[in-house]
Design a protein around this ligand. Structure first.
Ligand code: PEP
Ligand code: MG
Length: 876
């Protein structure tokens, strides 16, 4: 027989898969000796079986639940449904992977018309008892029975209005009794039966509701956004209630063992006296800083601090802890590894290494590539910020800088983002329904809520800039306006947010790149120690090369030369070269281009120092350079001394039906070898010049694009070598150099053993290899690939992550064949995939020497390369 239910003292943290994150940690805390209110966890397996059995809880499962209720009764010496001293439960979801706010919770379960009186007597607090009952009816009706919360709010609000109250605590026990009567009427009206009075029936319905909430729309979206499988199921935690709202010697709070915004090693959190957990998280009342607890309850504060440290040391990571104080006794309700910003993730990981708590490998494994990506993102330019108009200040809930048009609903943001607009989601407070809008927004601004409100927690997890609890603004979501002072902003107006300071500005503000010092540098140091793959960059200007070196690039893996030809003073020369009627005319135009190219390459060599640089010779179809307008053709004809008609004929003759498969890449050099000769000369002359200036020997790497056969490469290479030998003779000097090829045509991968006879290195051009391997046009596939993903024909676009089964197989084959001919052949990748984590891991596995990617992705590629080594070690 399957065991569906575990008492907290039967589990441990390693049982996350069965007990969910929350359940496993409740068990672990219980076993650590912290004071955890007793309870039990119904497993994720039970949830999966629930779905297998047409969403029914089997009798067998229910019996086991009842048995465990009995055990908790024994532990506490209290009885569920007892008329005098009722045992009450909270019922919460707890998935394997934390999904904050995505599923449902019910508190105070077990209250009914009779037990509420017992609770009132035993606590000597009638108001508290009826307030708990009121909350229970509302939550149960909403969560388990799907009755809208707003119907209940209406009754509560009209009672407050009738009595002239401002705040909920002003409601008396008598008021609450009347409210409860109204609540029960709503229940009867909606469900056509009385509010359930049998606590066991309440429990049955609540567990069922939590299981069902696994598949609610927002949980489904959250899993899609975070790549969490849909078949894991959720566990249900049933825990005896403790009350933070039992008076002024009670309270509740949420705290992190370190600051989740910047990682500072200092307890960070919030609490509210005389409140229940939902009050803190929902952001309805603004909570106090945990530091103030020291004055309110010094002993409890000390106990909390030492327990938090104990938990952190035990889990060896920053903890996010929920606690409740009931009549001056501290209880722990949850601990988990805290969600944190990218900055905090790096600071905490490096600090934990330096504190001796974790290894460098563990630190590196804990950083997600998306977090690194986030830290590389820009901040506001200090100068621009000075002249910006600040309109309000809220809480710095999640750092970063964002500008965009104001929208007041998640749907409006999703729509506007679809139109290509940058948006800021502005809400009174966010709720889990807003998840897609938050994901589509550049940043989030809320008028209410604290640092642990829904908006704050979710934004930090997403790495999105967020300003929360901004009380200086007033948001009217229905009228779609935001007011500050006596001014009003409407939908579509632009604002900027600084999530690190909480400041809100009018209009767009220029942004600058993040500083990559301190712990970021240390982390990159660990990464460099661990990784095996080299990480180069794709850059074709000295400026990009410099940026990439600052990000840690170890060389250039792809310097595309075509971009160098597009500027104003070169394009006429390029055009004369292409349209030349004789070799002599072409050579003359090329001679004019030579000094420009030499200067380009010298600039790049200077920027890269002694680091390796692979220069790729001209690749795109010639017609891309040609004039298209009548005026341009006329001007060019004039400068070439030919007629308009003559030149127009040549231009037309260069038109291709399918240019990507046409006269491009090395094919240009088969027809016009002098082009590659000029480029080879420029590379070598620049290398000699820079080498002699700095007294080191550069080793130029010359790369031929679009090779499909050995003979093709040999033909082109002979010209390159011949030209270079001439340069050496002219200058009476020599440099070591390499000639290699891109592997981007399937035939090249399949005949890589032959190609390696000529090529000293291979660089996988996975953009073209994917294009030609799948037969998907790079430029047009966007039109249909979305449907491939929607219909699960492809998991992700193969232009984003390497298709390991197919294109990857070609790569693997080429690696093996290439090495069979030339064991020391140097291997890299320069397609866009070189900066995508799963592709980098694949490149590590098939034994490439390096990956090359755009400058901003260099740290991400490095992280993935180090993680690949660690994972490999762990696997075996
Ligand atoms: C490639 O095809 O992967 C490549 C790097 O070359 P390009 O993108 O310039 O065609
Ligand atoms: Mg290519």
């Amino acid at each position: 027989m399957k065991k569906y239910v575990y008492n907290f003292n039967e589990g441990k943290k390693e049982m996350k898969h069965l007990l969910g994150g929350k359940g496993a940690n409740l068990a672990e805390m219980t076993n650590l000796g912290l004071s955890v209110p007793p309870g039990f966890t119904i497993t994720t397996e039970a949830c999966i079986d629930f779905y297998d059995q047409n969403e029914e809880i089997s009798e067998e499962m229910m019996n086991e639940i009842k048995e465990h209720v009995g055990k908790v009764e024994e532990q506490l010496g209290k009885k569920f449904a007892d008329k005098d001293q009722p045992l009450l439960f909270s019922v919460r979801s707890g998935a394997v992977v934390s999904m904050p706010g995505m599923m449902d919770t019910i508190l105070n379960l077990g209250l009914n018309d009779e037990t509420v009186q017992g609770l009132a007597r035993s606590t000597n607090n009638e108001r508290f008892a009826y307030d708990s009952y009121r909350r229970f009816i509302q939550m149960f009706s909403d969560v388990a029975m799907g009755i809208s919360k707003s119907r209940f709010d209406l009754i509560l609000d009209s009672k407050k209005e009738e009595k002239g109250y401002k705040e909920d605590p002003e409601l008396t026990a008598e008021d609450l009794k009347e409210i409860i009567k109204g609540y029960k009427e709503i229940y009867l009206e909606e469900k056509r039966e009385e509010f359930p009075q049998d606590p066991m029936k309440q429990l049955y319905l609540a567990v069922k509701a939590v299981f069902s909430s696994w598949n609610n729309a927002r949980a489904f979206t959250y899993r899609n956004l975070n790549g969490i499988p849909h078949n894991l199921g959720t566990a249900v935690n049933v825990q005896s209630m403790v009350f933070g709202n039992m008076g002024n010697d009670s309270g509740t709070g949420v705290a992190f063992s370190r600051n989740p915004a910047d990682g500072e090693n200092r307890i960070f959190g919030e609490f509210l006296m005389n409140a229940q957990g939902e009050d803190v998280v929902a952001g309805i009342r603004t909570p106090k800083s945990i530091d103030e607890l020291k004055q309110v309850m010094p002993a409890i504060y000390e106990e909390f601090i030492s327990s938090a440290k104990k938990l952190e040391n035990h889990y060896r990571d920053m903890q996010d802890i929920e606690f409740t104080i009931q009549n001056e006794k501290l209880y722990f309700l949850q601990t988990r590894n805290g969600k944190r910003t990218a900055k905090a993730a790096i600071n905490v990981a490096v600090d934990l290494v330096e504190e001796g708590l974790i290894s460098k490998e563990e630190a590196v494994l804990r950083i997600e590539s998306a977090q690194l990506d986030n830290i590389l993102h820009p901040n506001f330019d200090e100068k621009a910020l000075k002249s910006a108009e600040k309109i309000a200040k809220g809480l710095p809930a999640s750092p970063g800088a964002a500008s965009g048009k104001v929208y007041f609903t998640a749907e409006a943001v999703v729509e506007a983002q679809g139109r290509g607009e940058a948006c800021i989601l502005v809400r009174q407070e966010t709720s889990p329904e807003d998840i897609e809008g938050m994901n589509s927004a550049e940043g989030i601004l809320t008028a209410r809520g604290g640092m642990t409100s829904h908006a704050a927690v979710v934004a930090r997890g997403m790495g999105k800039c967020c300003v929360a609890g901004c009380q200086e603004i007033r948001v009217d979501e229905a009228a779609k306006v935001l007011k500050y002072g006596n001014k009003t902003l409407k939908e579509g107006d632009v604002i900027s947010l600084n999530g690190s300071t909480g400041e809100v500005y009018l209009g767009d503000i220029k942004k600058v790149n993040a500083e990559l010092t301190g712990n970021f540098k240390k982390l990159m140091g660990y990464i460099d120690e661990i990784k095996r793959l080299g990480v180069r960059t794709n850059a074709d200007t000295p400026k990009d090369a410099k940026t990439a070196v600052d990000f840690g690039a170890e060389g250039i893996g792809l310097c595309r030369t075509e971009h160098m030809f597009f500027n104003e003073d070169r394009i006429p020369k390029v055009r004369r070269m292409i349209l030349a009627k004789s070799v002599e005319m072409r050579e003359k135009a090329l001679a004019e281009l030579l000094p420009h190219q030499r200067e380009d390459f010298a600039g790049i060599y200077e920027a890269m120092g002694e680091r390796p640089v692979t220069v790729r010779l001209l690749d795109p179809p010639l017609h891309e350079f040609l004039p298209t307008t009548k005026a341009d053709i006329e001007t060019l004809a004039g400068s070439m001394g030919v007629s308009f008609e003559e030149l127009k004929d040549v231009v037309d003759s260069l038109h291709e039906v399918n240019p990507m498969l046409g006269h491009r890449g090395c094919r240009l050099a088969v027809t016009y070898p002098e082009i590659y000769r000029m480029q080879a000369r420029a590379i070598m002359e620049a290398a000699i010049e820079v080498s002699s200036k700095h007294e080191y020997d550069l080793v130029p790497e010359i790369m031929v694009p679009l090779i499909g056969s050995e003979k093709e490469l040999k033909f082109v290479k002979d010209h390159i070598v011949d030209e270079i030998e001439q340069v050496f003779e002219e200058q009476s000097t020599k440099l070591t150099y390499k000639v290699g090829t891109m592997i981007e045509i399937p035939r090249a991968a399949i005949t890589a053993d032959e190609i390696a006879n000529e090529a000293e290195f291979f660089s996988f051009g996975t953009n073209d290899l994917t294009q030609m391997g799948f037969g998907f046009s790079r430029d047009d596939a966007g039109k249909f690939l979305g449907e491939y993903e929607n219909n699960e024909i492809l998991e992700v676009s193969p232009f984003e992550a390497i298709d390991q089964k197919g294109i990857g197989k070609l790569m693997k084959m080429a690696v093996e064949l290439g090495k069979s001919t030339r064991p020391d052949i140097h291997l890299g990748i320069c397609g866009e995939h070189g900066g995508e984590p799963s592709s980098v891991e694949f490149c590590h596995k098939i034994g490439l020497d390096y990956v090359s990617c755009s400058p901003y992705r260099v740290p991400i590629a490095k992280l993935a390369a180090a993680q690949a080594v660690i994972k490999e070690k762990m696997e075996g």
